[in-house]
Design a binder for this molecule. Structure first.
Ligand code: ADP
Ligand code: ZN
Ligand code: ZN
Length: 677
């Protein structure tokens, strides 16, 4: 008897047994193919994970598979191991991982006929790479050659490198040379970048260098047909380079020889819903499992990665490589200066030093960038007479004023409404905006510099990747004198005429309750500072602050990431925070808080928890944003100094919670290695 073991997109962490359809003969070579099977009263697409001679269930209970789909080569064995690892590490089911990481087009019962791949245009000759800088030479010499690794036994070629290179130091050129080696050795290369960094420019740059490599990209804004086509090309080995965002880490690559994760600290590598995984961490697992080198690159590595490279206790899991200078000679890092805003009364939030620096740029025909990490016009809309504040009725959050279209919006649930003409509480007509966002700064700058062309870049002005590309092209073409924007502006693009960066409102992150806020702030400021003076024109960075002596700004002014990281790690070690502890978060949402807390309290009282001495369960507490979209939210933090101890606790605990079958109105999930609290 031949039994198919099938992975299905259901929350049960096991495979499902099916009989082979009448008349079909099935061999081991069908493992890894998609299959249509009956499940309950309908059909589903699954993946054949194995073929067996027997089933633990009585044969009479088994149903027959409807059809094996042979439109793709089978998914390879290491792809199964990757998915199985993720299912066990992230406490989810193997079928959910497998099916949710396949392109939607391959999960459909009625697969749209995928068009044949476009005929490859006769490629132009490969662009000649620039001669390497001494720094790049040294880095490349230190990285194990994937060609050398190829011949060795599986697992032998694994090595993890943390490439710490300041902005503009030529990390991308290093990646390209590594890819070149991998291709020459007959291997495939996987290059992962943050959502916003996957620009047509980067894609074109890689394609120009390797015109014959059948480069494909994979990201969430790709249409279904294109995603399926690119996935297939990778699986079939036709695409030798895959460039993609976090979801691309699951692309099956039969000849994988190299993984690169650029901007490895970027939060967009963490998926925050559904399958909550870190693509960076999955990439490291994958490299180890496949025995290939992985390079994590950043100007401001995550403290987790930094600790792995520099701390003796981590056993120097990663080899640290450094690019300390900009690749283009003469392009120095811009001087960073703090403007002490306690000494002067600000004009609409802008200091005279910043205003005159902008004025000087305008006079010279150069560009300035004002960085403020808050979109909208004002974060608070308030009645001057009775103190009423515009709040979202569905969330514990204020409504943000958007002046451009006279709306108030909740940035948490998407609610929006008109700006009231008068105070709903006392009737007073004086409702005033407090605080500043990008729109207000844009308006204020317009008043100060009426002749300047001002361009705002935030999630309101650039809703899609396309819109952002259009804005970026306009900036490139010199169609703007002053840019106002959020961290969106810090990434992905070089603007040669940009010579001034001013940061305002940064202090808020110093006082945030979130202990990861300083790490994020440092990375953002470093990145946005890196935009200034990338080409021949020298740049300058001004930071408005009430705490100019703060060590974060001091280390930033010295461009000294290692000093900042050492300081942060010392604080984390003392507080027992990651990377010195491993965490998981159980979250619950319900129409009322008591229900959510009760659910967590019950989970906390799991009798077998006592047997896991190395694991600490905190008290259930309401989340910082306690209500979102009419759901009350609470969380329970689980922590351990040992990753293994945490893992061996989570699996049975998760099963016990699942068996509780909480009420229909309660939603819950367990997140491993959470980064937001
Ligand atoms: P990073 O990724 O580290 O921010 P990039 O790889 O984008 O830096 O390089 C910054 C700039 O330096 C780019 O304009 C790039 O073309 C240039 N560059 C990189 N390496 C070299 C080199 N060896 N010779 C000349 N220019 C280089
Ligand atoms: Zn009022
Ligand atoms: Zn809301």
């Amino acid at each position: 008897m031949t039994i198919l073991r099938v992975a299905l997109d259901v929350p049960l962490n096991r495979y499902f047994d099916y009989l082979v359809a009448d008349g079909e003969t099935v061999s081991e070579s069908e493992v890894g193919r998609r299959v249509r099977v009956p499940f309950g009263r309908r059909s589903r697409i699954g993946v054949i994970a194995g073929i067996s001679e027997y089933s633990e269930l009585p044969l009479a209970q088994l149903r027959a598979a409807e059809a094996i789909l042979r439109d793709l080569p089978p998914l390879p064995a290491d792809w199964f191991r990757l998915c199985e690892f993720c299912a066990s590490y992230y406490q989810t089911s193997v079928g959910e991982v497998m099916l949710s990481t396949l392109p939607a087009g391959l999960r459909r019962l009625d697969p749209a006929k995928a068009r044949a791949p476009r005929a490859v245009k006769k490629p132009p000759a490969a662009e000649t790479p620039p001669p390497l800088t001494a720094g790049q030479e040294a880095v490349l010499a230190a990285i194990v050659d994937p060609a050398g690794a190829a011949g060795k036994a599986s697992g032998a070629g694994f090595a993890a490198y943390l490439l710490h290179g300041i902005t503009g130091s030529g990390k991308t050129e290093v990646y390209l040379r590594l890819i070149e080696r991998a291709l020459a050795a007959g291997r495939q290369a996987l290059l992962l970048v943050p959502e916003i960094n996957l620009t047509p420019q980067l894609e074109a740059r890689v394609a120009r260098r390797f015109p014959e490599a059948g480069l494909v990209s994979l990201h969430s804004e790709l249409g279904e047909a294109a995603r399926t086509r690119n996935f297939r090309a990778a699986l079939a080995g036709e695409a030798r380079i895959v460039l993609g965002t976090r979801l691309a880490v699951f692309t099956p690559l039969p000849d994988l020889g190299l993984i690169v994760v650029d901007e490895e600290h970027d939060a967009s590598f963490k998926q925050q819903d559904g399958l909550r995984y870190s693509a960076r961490d999955v990439a490291v697992f994958r490299a180890r499992e496949r025995g290939v080198p992985i390079v994590l690159g950043s100007a401001t590595p995550s403290l987790e990665s930094w600790a792995n490279a520099v701390e003796p206790h981590a056993g120097a899991r990663y080899t640290l490589l450094t690019l300390a200078e900009r690749a283009v000679s003469g392009a120095a890092l811009p001087p960073v200066r703090c403007i002490d805003t306690r000494r002067e009364k600000l004009k609409d939030g802008l200091s005279s030093a910043l205003l005159s620096a902008i004025e000087a740029r305008l006079a010279r025909g150069e560009q300035s960038l004002v960085f403020i990490n808050r979109r909208g016009y004002a974060p608070v809309l308030c009645c001057a007479s009775c103190g009423w504040v515009a709040r979202c009725t569905r969330c514990t959050a204020n409504l943000v004023l958007h002046q451009s279209d006279r709306r108030v919006r909740c940035h948490h649930c998407g609610f929006e409404g008109h700006v009231p003409r008068a105070c709903p509480s006392c009737g007073n007509q004086d409702i005033l905006p407090f605080g500043r966002g990008t729109q207000r700064i844009e308006e204020v700058l317009g008043e100060h510099f009426p002749a300047a062309r001002i361009l705002r870049v935030d999630r309101d002005s650039a809703r899609s990747r396309k819109q952002w590309e259009v804005l970026a092209a306009r900036i490139h073409a010199g169609e703007a004198d002053i840019l106002v924007g959020t961290q969106m502006l810090a990434k992905g693009h070089d603007f040669p005429k940009l010579t001034l960066v001013g940061a305002i409102g940064a202090d808020a992150a110093l006082m945030a309750a979130d202990w990861r806020a300083p790490e994020r702030l440092f990375a953002q400021l470093m990145q946005v500072a890196g935009r200034a003076g990338r080409a021949v024109l020298p740049g300058e960075v001004l930071i408005q602050t009430e705490q100019p002596q703060h060590p974060l700004y001091q280390t930033l002014a010295r461009h000294d990431y290692p000093a900042f990281a050492a300081m942060q790690l010392a604080e984390r070690a003392q507080a027992g925070f990651p990377p010195y502890a491993y965490q998981a978060m159980l979250r619950a949402e319900a129409p009322n808080m008591d229900e959510a807390l009760a659910f967590l309290a019950k989970a906390r009282a799991w009798p077998e928890a006592a047997a896991h001495a190395a694991v600490m369960l905190y008290d259930p507490v309401p989340m910082r944003l306690a209500r979102r979209a009419n759901f009350e939210r609470a969380q329970l933090l689980v922590e351990s100094p040992s990753r293994r101890a945490l893992q061996s606790f989570l699996a049975p605990w998760h099963d016990a919670i699942r068996n509780e079958r909480p009420g229909k109105r309660l939603r819950w999930h367990l997140e491993v290695d959470p980064i937001e609290f």
